[in-house]
Ligand binder design. Structure first.
Ligand code: ADP
Ligand code: ZN
Length: 608
């Protein structure tokens, strides 16, 4: 027993090194692989980018027969299989995009035991004729990807996933592995129950994404802030910018294009064809920015998305985590940046009020929204808050979020709050934030005159703060529940019960200072960032990227399928001079050396 497992380990390690070009296993990949090799089931919860795929790819290559991978994401299968071919792994897929002749060829390859991995959509696998056919084949394992799709309560529920328990009944001897990146404890229990995985080894990792840096800033001048952020941190990187509305998406994409970025819109109001073209461009080219509504992202498996920016508030921490999670799947540093303001709070609270959902549902949604607003307003470590929200033991401050880097200054906002609240009160709780701010700073406009508000005692009593500061103060008062917004009356602000002790001066109130747009993007050095490339290597890095793009285009595959950014960085840093040195670079296996070694060695020589 002992020796058998040792032996299998060394074979697995050999595949890891020679085929995939990695030095050693990560997290608990090794144990998961050993389980499957020994014929046991496994349940794996690992964050995105954690390395789930190798957990089933390696044992599928080592066990006799084909490894069947079930995935709902048909659109990804071609790229996944292309990527495997680049490593020299024998893989194919069967889904609705494969014609009859193609499917016949795949089945023949399985029968001839010429395939290690076969990707299939669940509806395809569950067809009786597919199962009948599979009965006669040798199956190495079943990998059920995106296993959280069995959960009726989750947002990715798939009816067919419930029927996957048939695999256990029909093929009791074939080990199964269920994998997911998004499952809380309840969802894990559901996966075990639905897929009958009671005896499975459990590999539950924290869902934390340490390489993602979180930052949330004031919406005041949000677009300029976005530009500063892009200019400072991502002048040439790919990323996603999320906006709430289609018009904002179009507008923002056009604005970025005017400023010279390769930016494209994506939303549900566009034709299927335009959406496909834009997504394709994003996947195939370097440095593209997609500006999108939340319609974009499901099943996008691009590993080198370097930033996700939100120009508006997500509706819950779950949504925020899922959307920002699309950044940095390759494990390299990535940014999750967001600007948010009072408008977002108003819009969402109004949606909730007007939603047709039942009361219990509305209450939950409301709590989720309030938790998200709380995350925006907090002055302590954001990652800790997120992890605690998901029920994890969060430990120490992360050192890789805006609040850790540059702890927000707070100030005694009692007096300012009183001024703001008196202004609300004196004007009859009938006006929105713009008008109230004008009164406080003493700005006379038509509206002020119409209502004779220049004659009020509160007119001009707030000149010590700027318009932007007052807007931030009002936002914090609304977020904190001291003021409410009356959507039926032009978003008029009203005092709530909680405002009383503040008005009376019976309760202190700390507010956070707003940061200047530039301060928010001040380059921060993270302990987790890779060492920046020295300036003289920058040119080589660009040359390597250009080479990669050309090689990818010639084969009609995304650039990362040729080499990941991390591999190119290593090449730029170490400047390998021979094939042996090249093989030592992480991400270069034997097949890739054979395919691309000469080209990249030449690029290094030319730059030297
Ligand atoms: P997931 O499916 O969990 O999101 P992937 O399986 O796509 O993640 O792996 C993410 C990245 O990590 C890939 O680039 C993969 O090559 C890399 N990776 C996986 N395992 C290792 C390892 N043991 N050492 C180095 N890199 C690894
Ligand atoms: Zn932190």
């Amino acid at each position: 027993m002992e020796t058998a497992s040792l032996q299998s380990d060394s074979r697995a390690l050999q595949i890891l090194q020679r085929v995939f070009g990695h030095d050693s296993f990560r997290m608990r990949q090794e144990e998961v692989i050993a389980d499957l090799l020994a014929g046991r089931d496994a349940l794996v919860l690992m964050p995105t980018g954690g390395g789930k795929s190798l957990c089933y790819q390696v044992p599928a290559m080592l066990r006799a027969g084909v490894g069947v991978v079930v995935s709902p994401l048909i659109a990804l299968m071609k790229d996944q299989v292309d990527a495997l071919h680049q490593f020299g792994v024998r893989a194919a897929y069967l889904n609705s995009t494969v014609d009859a002749a193609g499917a016949r060829a795949v089945r023949a390859a399985v029968a001839a035991e010429e395939l290690d991995l076969l990707y299939m959509a669940p509806e395809r696998l569950l067809q009786e004729r597919t199962l009948d056919w599979l009965d006669g084949q040798k199956v190495a394992l079943f990998a059920i990807d995106e296993a959280h799709c069995v959960s009726r309560w989750g947002h990715d529920f798939r009816e067919e996933y419930l029927q996957l328990s048939v695999l256990h009944q029909r093929y009791p001897r074939v080990p199964r592995i269920a994998l997911t990146a998004t499952a809380d404890r309840a969802t894990c229990r559901e996966i075990v129950a639905q897929l009958q995985l009671d005896g499975a080894g459990r590999y539950i990792h924290s869902s934390d994404r340490p390489n993602i840096r979180y930052a949330i800033t004031d919406a005041d001048n949000g677009r300029e802030r976005l530009w500063n952020f892009l200019a400072a941190e991502h002048p040439a990187d790919s990323g996603i910018v999320y906006c709430l509305s289609r018009s904002k998406v179009e507008e923002t994409a056009a604005w970025l294009r005017d400023r010279g970025r390769d930016a494209l819109p994506y939303h549900a109001g566009m034709s299927d064809d335009a959406r496909r073209r834009h997504q394709e461009h994003f996947l195939r080219e370097d440095g593209v920015v997609i500006v999108a509504t939340i319609a974009f992202g499901m099943g996008i498996d691009k590993p080198d998305v370097r930033f996700v920016a939100h120009l508006s508030l997500p509706k819950s921490i779950e949504a925020y985590y899922q959307e920002t999670g699309r950044a940095g799947r390759d494990g390299l540093p990535a940014n999750a940046w967001m600007s948010y303001g009072l408008r977002d709070i108003i819009i969402f609270r109004q949606w909730l009020r007007e939603s047709a959902a039942d009361d219990a549902h509305k209450r939950t949604e409301h709590q989720k929204l309030e938790a998200m607003i709380g995350l925006c307003e907090m002055v302590t470590c954001r990652r800790r808050a997120i992890r605690e929200y998901f029920g994890e033991d969060a430990g120490a401050d992360c050192g890789n979020c805006d609040n850790c880097f540059d702890p927000p200054q707070t100030w005694d906002g009692g007096e300012a709050a009183q001024k703001a609240m008196s202004c609300v009160y004196r004007t009859g709780e009938r006006f929105g934030v713009n008008h109230l701010v004008n009164i406080l700073v003493g700005k006379e406009d038509q509206r002020v005159h119409n209502w004779k508000h220049e004659q009020l005692r509160v007119f001009g009593i707030g000149k010590e703060h700027s318009v932007a500061q007052w807007r931030s103060i009002f936002r914090q008062l609304v977020a904190g529940g001291f003021l409410s917004v009356d959507a039926e009356r032009y978003n008029a602000l009203r005092l709530t019960e909680q405002a009383r002790p503040i008005l009376r001066g019976a309760r202190p109130l700390r507010l956070r200072k707003i940061k200047a747009p530039m301060a928010a993007v001040k380059k921060q050095k993270s302990t987790l960032s890779p060492q920046p490339l020295p300036a003289e290597d920058e040119k080589l890095w660009q040359a390597l990227r250009a080479k990669r793009t050309a090689l990818a285009r010639a084969q009609n595959v995304p650039p990362y399928v040729v080499f990941h950014d991390s591999t190119l960085r290593e090449i730029a840093r170490h400047k390998p001079q021979s094939e042996e040195e090249m093989l030592r670079i992480a991400g270069v296996g034997e097949k890739k050396l054979e395919k691309y070694g000469a080209e990249f060695l030449a690029a290094v020589r030319e730059a030297g």
